[in-house]
Design a protein around this ligand. Structure first.
Ligand code: ZN
Length: 88
């Protein structure tokens, strides 16, 4: 049975490691893949598109997008399938 202080040191080192790792990868990600800037006012269009995840089967409806034919959202790490475009 290791001493309590030894356990605390190890735990502290592990927590510090993960903290630095998260901060490091987060900074890397923010520099390599910058988020697109928010669209200017009035650029959003009303759409009515339904997408289904081919992996887990979840469906979602897209009601607002910057284009009439936006890129499909991703779920389960893959692009969702467009199931029913409804034009109003
Ligand atoms: Zn999914």
């Amino acid at each position: 049975m290791p001493a309590f202080s030894t356990v605390m040191w190890v735990l502290g080192a592990v927590v510090l490691f993960f903290f630095l790792w998260f901060v490091g990868t987060g900074m890397l990600r923010s520099t390599t893949t910058p988020l697109p800037p928010p669209p200017p006012e009035g650029e959003l269009r009303k759409v009515n598109l339904r997408y289904r995840c081919s992996i887990c089967g979840v469906e979602m409806r897209l009601t607002m997008a910057t284009a009439e034919d936006p890129a499909p959202p991703r779920h389960c790490g893959d692009d969702m399938d467009l199931t029913a475009p409804i034009y109003e």
